[in-house]
Design a protein around this ligand. Structure first.
Ligand SMILES: Cc1cc2nc3c(=O)[nH]c(=O)nc-3n(C[C@H](O)[C@H](O)[C@H](O)COP(=O)(O)O)c2cc1C
Length: 197
């Protein structure tokens, strides 16, 4: 990689790292796209929880009962992010893995706030029809912090989606001339090249 290309690659991972760590970053809420079990495209906003450059992984959290979980495990995904301040779009390709068990997941669960964990207390799977507007939470939970004991059964509904990143399409918009680069991750090594924007 030439120096400018290496810099673009560094910037991509720096922005991803900040996107995960800083809830005010525009890269905190990427769009994650996949294909559902009927082959239809589905795209949704998800909070970026971690970006691990060394492992080339991204981490998202979701409800294990959600329809996307069944579709995502082992499937190809596209993750799209845009940073207006930097005028950089990142389009990541990868493979998703849904993980529900293990010491890592237990630790992530116990360190999440009670309010964050409350989302996993919904009584039926996300997407289940309701007779009227509602949160789906058990009666008496809306509007308050749940007790730790109330959260225990919700742990079974918590899943992480780990995306193994295989490619990053980096696009920088600039009046002087746009720049685009494609980075691919093969056999543990990243290679990159410039592309027509
Ligand atoms: C700002 C924002 C952040 C969201 N973060 C998540 C998230 O981290 N995990 C998640 O499962 N859904 C998240 N959602 C909800 C999803 O976009 C989507 O509505 C929901 O997961 C149902 O998607 P599905 O039908 O593809 O399963 C978020 C929505 C918004 C607007």
């Amino acid at each position: 990689m030439d120096a400018e290309l290496a810099d673009a690659f560094e910037t991509a991972w720096r922005l991803l790292g900040r996107g995960a760590a800083d809830r005010r970053s525009p890269m905190h809420t990427p769009v994650v796209a996949s294909v559902d079990t009927q082959g239809r495209p589905q795209a949704r906003v998800m909070v970026l929880r971690a970006a691990d450059r060394a492992a080339a992984h991204l981490r998202f959290h979701t409800d294990a009962r959600s329809p996307k979980c069944a579709a995502l495990d082992g499937a190809a995904v596209a993750v799209t992010l845009y940073h207006p301040g930097e005028a950089i779009q990142l389009r990541l390709a990868g493979t998703a893995r849904v993980v529900t068990e293990g010491a890592d997941i237990d630790r992530i669960w116990t360190t999440a706030t009670e309010f964050a964990r409350r989302a996993y207390m919904v009584e039926a799977a996300p997407g289940t029809p309701l007779p009227g507007p509602g949160s789906g939470l058990p009666a008496g939970i809306d509007g308050r912090k749940p007790e730790l004991a109330e959260l225990v059964p919700a742990r079974a509904n918590f899943a992480i989606v780990r995306v193994e990143v295989t490619a990053i399409d980096w696009l920088h918009l600039a009046q002087a001339g746009h720049r685009r680069a494609l980075f691919t991750h093969v056999g543990g090594d990243w290679t990159g090249g410039w592309r027509v924007p």
